[in-house]
Design a protein around this ligand. Sequence first.
Ligand code: ADP
Length: 769
Amino acid sequence: MNKIDKRLHFLLGKVKEECKKVKELSDYELKNKTNEFKRRLLAGETTEDILPEAFAVCCEADYRVLGMFPYDVQILGGIALHLCYLCEMNTGEGKTLTATMPLYLNGLTGKSTILVTANEYLAIRDAEEMGQVYKFLGLSVKAGVNRDTNEKLDNETKKDVYNADIVYTTHGALGFDYLINNLVRSKEDRFMRDFYYVIIDEADSVLLDSASMPLVISGSPRVQSNLYGITDFFVTTLVEDVHYTLEDKKVWLTTKGVEYVQRYFRIQNLYGKENYDILRHVVLALRAHFLFDKDIDYVVTDKGEMVLLDKSTGRKLNGMKLRGGSHQAIEEKEHLELSDEQRSVAAITYQNLFNLFPKMSGMSGTIADGKDELLEVYHKQVVVIPPNKPLARKDLPDKYFKTSEEQFDAVIKETVKRHNTGQPVLLIASLISDTEMLSKLLVQENIEHSVLNANNAFWEAEIIKEAGQRNVVTVATSMAGRGTDIHLGPGVKELGGLCVLGVGRMNNTRDERQARGRAGRQGEPGVSIFYTSLEDDVCEILGDDFLEKYIEKDKHISKRRIKKLINKSQKIKSESSVFQRKSSVDYDSVMQRQRTIMYKTRNDLIDGKNLDENVLVQIVGNNIDEFFAKHKNVDDFLMNRYILDNLSYRLKKLSISTADKKEYLKQYANRAFNDKKQLLGKRFSEYCRLCTLSALDEGWVEEVDYLQQLQAAISGRSTAQRNLLFEYQREARISFEDMEKSIKKAMIRNILLGEVSFGKDNEMIILYP
Ligand code: ADP
């Protein structure tokens, strides 16, 4: 027994001792234990101090309320979960009940305690069924998802949910809620408490398989502007050095050019706020025409799509888009259909989401296979909990075929054979298309069956529950109905229990064990066989040419050779996913660092942290310094433009006694600042906070969007990963610095140019420039 196991067993002994005492308590006394524990925690005892007693109380409540007393192995699992290990417990061992103990114990702290399940069905089911136990013991419990997944919970309901002592939800809902909670504009709209303890059900699927998929909140597509077309044409009428100047990969309008734009678009002042859109589009069109060259910076594909090129390598940057309308401007120049401008507003990966919990644990039937990776990436140890009753399922050796035709043929034959005896058969394929094919073949054999494609968890749970009944044939993908208990119907034990037929090698051995685990729960009989062929999806990795050579009709190939090839493919495939996940951790850590800074700043603002006025004035000054550094010759025209863009909508001649232009602007700015301050009086600091928040969000949204695109483009390329990562980090740092600068400009602009009115509750309504 290793050190961890010893500790778990030691604590198990303590829990069992307490169980004897607790048995004697009346219901009233048992319930009262919750208050006692809470008091003791407040008085300084730790959750570990009270673990034996609290677990015992929960076990007894499980028994009194649900009629199930946790087995010793479940108590062991519960302890391991509390100690933040990742627990491997076979399917059917009762993970749902196991989780009640650590959830109860951690719920007693009054801090946010959450269990995430694989789907909505399980979250609602477990919150209802296990919820009875917590309620009996005086803790509150809520499900964080709706039965109808299209119906979103409103803010008030969410507040209610996340205030509950124990929450059951899905990882998707939790992730999105976290992002939404960090997009709110005021304290009152927040609905989440700080994270404390989480148990992740099906942890391998969440922490490994879905880990690098980011959750992204997209803004609605921006309304497509009709200015792209007009400005695009307009720009073709311009003459270099008369209307615009090109220098150093930069392009700008000359004074003549500006006048020409004003005449052309019949406007008074191109730099006026009301003409911002025209200005922006003219600039975009100028850049599209004079800074971006076809076949150097981008190509136009046969499908009429514009794809950017990596200039150093000439490789296509598929999926990468230029920001802020540049992409559309180039599309317009090439007369292509304009793509939607849709931005990512917020994003996070599961890896980072769960790393936000000070205490994270997980459970799954198949997590031990990923233990090295989990240790490396999450610094989490896997503990394997032995089964309550020895496994009686027979896992027969895999069957190997050259073509999928032979493979499917054999699967159907086996199904028919077993079905004729009345034995239930569950066919599991990794691809949806394979489930459809199997279904067709079963129809040809006149075998009634259900097909589950992981579309609707509620409906599928109902069907898969029946998969262990006599004569029933079910076809499912590996994710469908995961986590739902399959009970054997009367007489099925005698027929050998449930028969699981796996179709095709899966991407990793975890998925296969998961499939086999549908049979043989709690020491029941069962059987599993996998049917594989060289046409399985995993073998794609060997390359089409290579495969074709083998699959040719008349060519003989030994079973041993097929086996070797298939095993090799699976190994490459799972190793490459491990590699991909590790690199996504590296990429994501960049965004994570930035997000931490931004969310902290944001939260401080929302919580009412006041901005130092001196700092604001200093930023105003810095912005002006920067403007002068950028423009060598600041003439009256530029001065006025700066004022209109940044300081005031009305150009006033102020009696400022200085000839120095920079000094003049600074004094002008200070007056504007003081005017605003006077106007708003007591509410000036609130106003500044809101203006800053708005600038912050605008900048951060751009940054998130940009990082998403940059990462997608860079990580899509596979060579020289290290350099790419380095490049990405550098780009990300630069863009973060740019963002900080633009936020500083925007916040001052917001403060000086924002227009305030007050609503009926005297709340501030700001019209931002
Ligand atoms: P898992 O999620 O580990 O696959 P479940 O939580 O779905 O397993 O539980 C499997 C079945 O075992 C359920 O029907 C549950 O009611 C039952 N069960 C779990 N623990 C116990 C127990 N201690 N005593 C009796 N039945 C139990």
